[in-house]
Design a protein around this ligand. Structure first.
Ligand code: 3BY
Ligand code: FES
Ligand code: FE
Length: 411
């Protein structure tokens, strides 16, 4: 098991533009360091806001060692708390999601309101001060319809992403959306292999027959160089969309922690369906035409998203162990769209359910090969895997910064 110092040494000695060492993808000590240096410090995508439609609606998630509950208050604000009772530490909500008027601990029924205030604790004596035992808060922001949480005491800046999300996501109508379907799977692979796999389409032709009906595997769809340097078809798409009021141009964080861009689908496809036509008749937001493509948004370490004219899909990645990762996919449609009338659930979900399963298989086989003593890091394709190079660079730079030995303080 690698210490933080050993992990730092592995990061420092990695060969640029090559895949990482086996330890960085599999060692339990590295996994622990990933949790502490990244997962407990960065903003993490939690849920689409519309999943918590009414006051009292909640969703739980596990970020490393931390159980978290995200809940909508009576004031309609969404907040996040450590999902841990302040009495003797029971996990408060065991369910993945639900709805409640107050958060009642199942052990001795200490009761918290939706703002986390302790409002009932039986027989605690005269001196007991309930105000001192409210739920512990977790930072929580609503980025124009997607909820992010951060476990750090002082979270990293999010203002730039919040501003970009406000303009880019507005036409997608997330404020008037509802959840049509959720799928949660465990992939037997390290979280970094899951993200790496998502950041390239080198594997798409060989793995994703149904996605490839509508999603171009042109590497420039996933990793553009800038707002003016994409391929001609993308530039043309941006011009057309922006003329119609849809922010579309490639925009990214300076170290590529996040990126948004609206890409065209193949042959003017409308949606990720087998037929290439829209899956949902009741459209979302204010998209001016059916073939506006997909607004791609990723944010490291844990999400990628597709926002289309007829539906949206969010993906949430959470690490479970050094070699296990949970991937939760949520399909959103207009809140007034009626299943069986405006959309058929199979038509809506089949392409990405298949794609996720195909990605699970490649990630699992990737992990198995990496576990072999014969594995050695191999070169990424500069043409096809620019997005992977960007992700691995982001990861290594951040880890190196956070793990660097601190200079000794002068006495
Ligand atoms: O979800 C994405 O962003 C796509 C789909 C397949 C690979 N990736 C670039
Ligand atoms: Fe929650 Fe006792 S542990 S009420
Ligand atoms: Fe894939």
């Amino acid at each position: 098991m690698l210490s933080q110092g050993d992990t730092y040494a592995q990061i420092r000695s990695r060969k640029p533009d090559f895949s990482l060492s086996r330890e960085l993808y599999a060692d339990p000590g590295v996994y622990q360091t990933d949790l502490e240096a990244i997962w407990y410090k960065e903003w993490i995508f939690a849920v689409p806001a519309c999943e918590l439609a009414k006051p009292g609606a909640y969703a739980t998630m596990q970020v490393g060692a931390y159980p978290v509950v995200v809940i909508r208050g009576k004031d309609m604000r969404i907040r996040a708390f450590h999902n841990v009772c302040r009495h003797r530490g029971q996990r408060l909500c065991a369910k993945v999601s639900g709805s409640t008027t107050n958060l009642v601990c199942p052990y001795h029924q200490w009761t918290y309101d939706l703002e986390g205030k302790l409002i009932f604790a039986r027989d605690m004596g005269e001196d007991f001060n309930p105000q001192a035992f409210g739920l512990k808060k977790v930072h929580c922001v609503d980025l124009s319809g997607v909820i992010y949480i951060c476990l750090a005491a002082v979270p990293p800046p999010i203002a730039d992403l919040a501003k970009t999300a406000m303009t880019y996501l507005a036409p997608s109508g997330l404020g008037d959306a509802k959840v049509a379907f959720t799928s949660s799977i465990i992939e037997n692979g390290n979280w970094k292999l899951v993200i790496e796999n998502n950041r390239e389409c080198y594997h798409c032709g060989g793995s994703h027959p149904s996605l490839c009906r509508t999603f171009s595997d042109n590497p420039k769809m996933g990793a553009m160089d800038g707002p003016h340097s994409a391929s001609p078809e993308i530039l043309e798409h941006w011009d057309r969309c922006e003329a119609a009021g849809l922010p579309s141009r490639f925009v990214h964080h300076p170290a590529f922690q996040w990126r948004l861009a609206r890409i065209p689908l193949l042959n003017n496809a409308e949606s990720y369906t087998m037929s290439t036509k829209a899956a949902v008749a009741r459209r979302m937001g204010t998209m001016p035409f059916n073939d506006a493509g997909s607004l791609l948004m990723y944010h490291y370490p844990n999400t990628w998203n597709h926002f289309l004219g007829d539906h949206a899909i969010t993906f949430r990645v959470l690490p479970v162990s050094a070699t296990q990762t949970e991937v939760t996919t949520t399909w959103l449609v207009h809140k007034d769209a009626v299943e069986g009338v405006d959309y058929d659930l199979k038509t809506l979900t089949e392409v990405w359910l298949a794609t996720n399963d195909e990605d699970r298989q490649v990630v699992e086989e990737n992990q198995k090969g990496i576990l072999s003593p014969a594995y050695e890091p191999g070169p990424y394709s500069p043409i096809q895997e620019e997005g992977v190079i960007q992700f691995v660079d982001w990861y290594c730079t951040l880890m190196a910064d956070r793990l660097a030995p601190q200079p000794a303080q002068a006495a």
